[in-house]
Design a protein. Sequence first.
Length: 269
Amino acid sequence: MAFGWINPEDYSFNSFLLLERFQLQMLFSNTDSDWKRNMGIALNANPAVMWYFKNRCAECSAVIDQLALDAPHTIDENEIRKAEVYLIASAEDWMIHTTPEAMAEGCFYIRGWNKVRLFNLADFDGKVVLDVGAGSGRLTFAAAEKAASVYASEPVGTLREFMRDKIKQEGITNVRVLDGLVTELPFPDNTFDIVMSGHVVGDDYDSEIAELTRVCKPGGWLLDCPGDTGESEPDMAPDSEASSLGWEEIHYVGSFGKDVYCYRKQVVK
């Protein structure tokens, strides 16, 4: 899906060197024939990137070798660049993570979002908060204005570095940044008053919500707070699965005139 967050022509194929192992695992699960052909072309033209892929994600080595072997080998520079741009565009949601300073302007869900939407979901005053899949810190730094402490769990290294730089530059004292996936959070049971996320939960509700619930205190709150939908995107649809699992749905019309839905659930153990 094209989001329009980046101009892929502005990015080097070397940007793929900044991807994490879990991203490469997902990347090389793509079975689309056009994608496979273009990736093979780009791999043959960029041996250093191919080496990185195979060593960073050894379980994908056989797939990578086959892509390179199957690709046409007599390709001019224009065709190579077309292949690179195709691949960059196909992974634009990861490519923008390689330039996190561009996310606030490039991503509609950040640019149009108002932090009041988060504060309407729960009382953050004096609370211990976890932001899961924190990204560049949209929810983290909003919550830090009121919470006693905020922990930002983020599996992408460039985004962790971006948040840590912001913390140092702005003298923020109540935010800590850590690595962690939504299904493998590095915290003990019953640690947080509020566990929040946006654009993270939904791939595997059972395991994801179980992990969010595990680290949340009894009586605490789970919050799902996506950002605003962009002008060129369709209205956000209600999440029937979340509602069926007992999450309260909160609707608003966002900055770009599109429907947005947030969800919350109080933890009972």
